[in-house]
Design a protein around this ligand. Structure first.
Ligand code: ARG
Length: 463
């Protein structure tokens, strides 16, 4: 089988090489970007009189036909054609003839072609994933709005710490995901530059116009140095890193959903639609979706480490190692989109068991910090001493098998004579949540402000 690069070779490729060298099995996913890039290139070649207007039009029509063929399953991808770039170019010559078809590759190389296709693909996926993050944030915010008064324990070290609202807890995640969104947006802006026209590594003597192709393809401008342009995969690394941080967050959320759905917590009931059963234990209802998202974090991190490692010692400029850049990105892209869609849907159908959450607040002396703060504020006791007195109150409650909030005034007075009847309100769970009015704190006013910030953000991004 004759290759497009056959000229200097006297022997046929080994079949082993053909299989090993080919990327068509996965880079066929870039067909749209490849054809779009070729159309822009052909247009530019025509405008710059490098090929005639007629040739340019012929090439563009041929490329459009190939797009139609691929999208209607009429295109046969063959290993012997090696990659998407050569598959399309070969087919073009079959459709419009070699004489004109052979002119498309003027002033470009597969090196800038693949850099372009892959960058276009990553930028497109970046946008789609960013939008899916907005839907997740919007869902978290909707649930938060309904649960300003749903008390639950806030934890440190997975031990009961202070009372918070479910709204407050979910808003913590909303702000994490907003950062993920912003990281994707900033990466998009930084990488929205066009490498097409860099050719193999050194530019081209043909009088091309790189601004023209850059604008035609929706980039802000061309990249600056041809060698860097064909060697650079930072856009993919940033994308994989940004997705990895996103998965750190989804994994933490899923971990909590898994805990909360356990019998020990009982805070949520995941809907039947998003739960699975056991093949042996008839009573089981398992949170597989959340577990899978937590588990998929492994491959997402793996894909980042893989590309970092591929790139780390490559000399300038293009090296075939870089063909290994695509499968991890394709995998992480699909994993992320599927996970965000299903997580959002699962949250929408999850039931929050408010009574269990509130009952959980009655264990673990959640208002102990409020008691210490009261002694400082109202009784002029220094915080260290107040901490000690409160600790003694907690010990007393424990000895009586009670929660701190269940001790009577008389019982508290046996620890310190300064306690007065106001202290009973201080130990109240709702009052405790409402007392923390500091910016970013748990009071409903503060959480409403947080919700408003997210609502304005979403309005701005979705308009
Ligand atoms: N299939 C190759 C890749 O994905 C395309 C670029 C090939 N360039 C070359 N000089 N062999 O990286």
């Amino acid at each position: 089988m004759k290759k497009l690069w056959q000229g200097r070779f006297n022997e046929e490729s080994s079949e082993l090489l053909e299989e090993f060298n080919a990327s068509i099995n996965f880079d066929k996913n870039l067909y749209e970007e490849d054809i779009k890039g070729s159309i822009a290139h052909a247009k530019m070649l025509g405008k710059c009189n490098i090929i005639s207007e007629h040739e340019s039009k012929e090439i563009i029509n041929g490329l459009k036909q190939i797009l139609f063929e691929i999208e209607n399953d009429r295109f046969i991808f063959k290993t012997e054609d090696e990659d998407i770039h050569m598959s399309v170019e070969k087919r073009l010559s079959q459709i419009i003839g070699k004489e004109i078809g052979g002119k498309l590759h003027t002033a470009r190389s597969r090196n800038d072609q693949v850099a372009l296709d892959f960058r276009l693909f990553v930028l497109k996926q970046n946008k789609e994933i960013a939008n899916l993050i907005l839907s997740l944030v919007s869902t978290l915010k909707d649930i938060a709005k309904e649960n300003l008064d749903t008390l639950m324990p806030g934890y440190t070290h997975l031990q009961h710490a202070q009372p918070v609202s479910l709204a407050y807890h979910l808003m913590a995640y909303a702000f994490m995901f907003i950062r993920d969104y912003e990281r994707l947006v900033s990466s998009y802006e930084r990488n929205n530059l066009c490498p097409l026209g860099s050719a193999a590594l050194a530019g081209t003597p043909h009088p091309i116009n790189r601004e023209l192709t850059a604008l035609e393809l929706g980039f802000s401008k061309p990249t600056f140095n041809a060698m860097d342009s064909v060697s650079d995969r930072d856009f993919a690394l940033e994308f994989l890193f940004n997705i990895s941080v996103l998965f750190t967050h989804t994994s933490r959320l899923c971990e909590e959903l898994i805990l909360w759905s356990s019998q020990e917590y009982g805070f949520i009931t995941i809907s039947d639609q998003f739960s699975t059963g056991s093949s042996i234990m008839p009573q089981k209802k398992n949170p597989d979706v959340a577990e899978l998202i937590r588990g998929k974090t492994g491959r997402v991190y793996g894909n980042l480490i893989s590309l970092l490692t591929i790139m780390k010692s490559l000399p300038m400029a293009y090296n075939k190692d870089m063909q290994e850049d695509k499968e991890g990105v394709l995998d992480s892209t699909k994993t992320t989109k599927d996970s965000l869609i299903i997580l959002t849907q699962m949250l929408k159908t999850t039931k929050f068991n408010k009574d269990n959450m509130i009952n959980a607040c009655k264990k673990g002396h959640l208002t102990a910090t409020d008691l210490a703060d009261y002694l400082v504020r109202e009784k002029g006791i220094n915080f260290r001493e107040a901490h000690y007195i409160t600790g003694r109150c907690v010990a007393l409650a424990e000895s009586k098998n009670l929660d701190l909030s269940e001790l009577s005034l008389d019982e508290l007075k046996t620890i310190h004579s300064d306690f007065d009847k106001n202290v009973i309100d201080i130990l109240n769970l709702v009052n405790s949540k409402e007392a923390r009015k500091s910016y970013g704190g748990t009071s409903n006013r503060s959480v409403e402000k947080q919700i408003l910030i997210i609502e304005n953000f979403l309005k701005d991004k979705l308009s």
